[in-house]
Write a protein of this length. Structure first.
Length: 267
């Protein structure tokens, strides 16, 4: 059994064959998929999808890259959606200083405010946080350390650094704060030797797997549409990297996902 802990099932790329995509995932042992929202609109859609499928669960959040289309004024509605039993996390949220936001101090502050509001919502609802980081390591660690200091000491792990592609120091900083890290198909890329070196050192009981579908398809599908049925390819690469059986990777990463997300049967 495997779990895809991060896929965007409401992406338009899946509009024509979503039932088949979920079925293909089940056929290769991907028993659960956490479908991630980045706006209120697709939070509503992914919640509806989760209500209709016993293998799909929802994470509702406001992505920093969606500013100014998402803002603090939307957090109240997000809170209402987060009360539904099919919701297992808040996110995708975080900081993204790539491209247009790289040197924009005002936009950085907007992102920080939106991120903090969602961290507080997650704390209020006792839900884990799915965290996005791009080019913002120092600021994101500062915010996460401040947030972690106000959490109950027994609440660990309390979130995941999704699509991890950082260095060893960033990985262990995340673990020290109380986060899991999650690997995508990037781990399988031929030029990802540094990431695989980091993966060798990170304990398996701190790791989850995700596709980030429809993005970042693993080898040998790189450059094509990604989907949850490709999780086994990431598991195989992680197993090879760590020198363990793929069954061990599947077992431990699935246990980790169940430690983090409050999956409920037959919501």
């Amino acid at each position: 059994m495997l779990i895809d802990t991060h896929a965007h099932l409401c992406d338009p790329d899946f509009a024509d064959d979503l039932p088949q995509i979920v079925a293909r995932a089940r056929a290769v042992g991907v028993a659960r998929i956490v479908s991630i929202a980045t706006t209120l609109e697709n939070a509503r859609k992914t919640l509806t999808l989760a209500q209709q499928s016993d293998s799909v669960f929802a994470s509702v959040g406001l992505h920093p890259g969606e500013i100014p289309n998402v803002s603090l004024c939307h957090v109240k509605e997000l809170a209402a959606l987060a009360s539904e039993p099919w919701v297992v996390a808040i996110g995708e949220t975080g900081l993204d200083y790539y491209r247009d936001a790289k040197d924009d101090a005002a936009l950085h502050q907007q992102q920080k405010d939106l991120f903090w509001a969602q961290l507080e919502l997650a704390k209020e609802r006792r839900l884990p946080v799915v965290i996005h980081n791009r080019g913002a390591e120092a600021d994101i660690l500062e915010i996460l350390r401040a947030h972690a200091g106000g959490l109950p000491k027994d609440w660990r792990p309390w979130g995941v650094m999704h699509c991890f592609s950082g260095d060893e120091k960033f990985a262990f900083d995340c673990l020290e704060i109380g986060l899991f890290i999650s690997y995508t198909g990037i781990l399988t890329f031929k030029n990802a030797t540094t990431l695989r070196d980091v993966a060798k050192k990170v304990p398996l009981d701190c790791v989850m797997l995700e596709t980030d579908a429809p993005y970042l398809a693993p080898e040998p599908h790189r450059g094509k549409r990604n989907e949850p049925s490709y999780v086994p390819l990431i598991a195989e690469t992680l197993a090879q990297t760590k020198g363990v059986d793929v069954e061990e990777v599947a077992r431990v990463t699935t246990e980790n996902a169940h430690r983090l997300f409050p999956f409920k049967e037959n919501c």
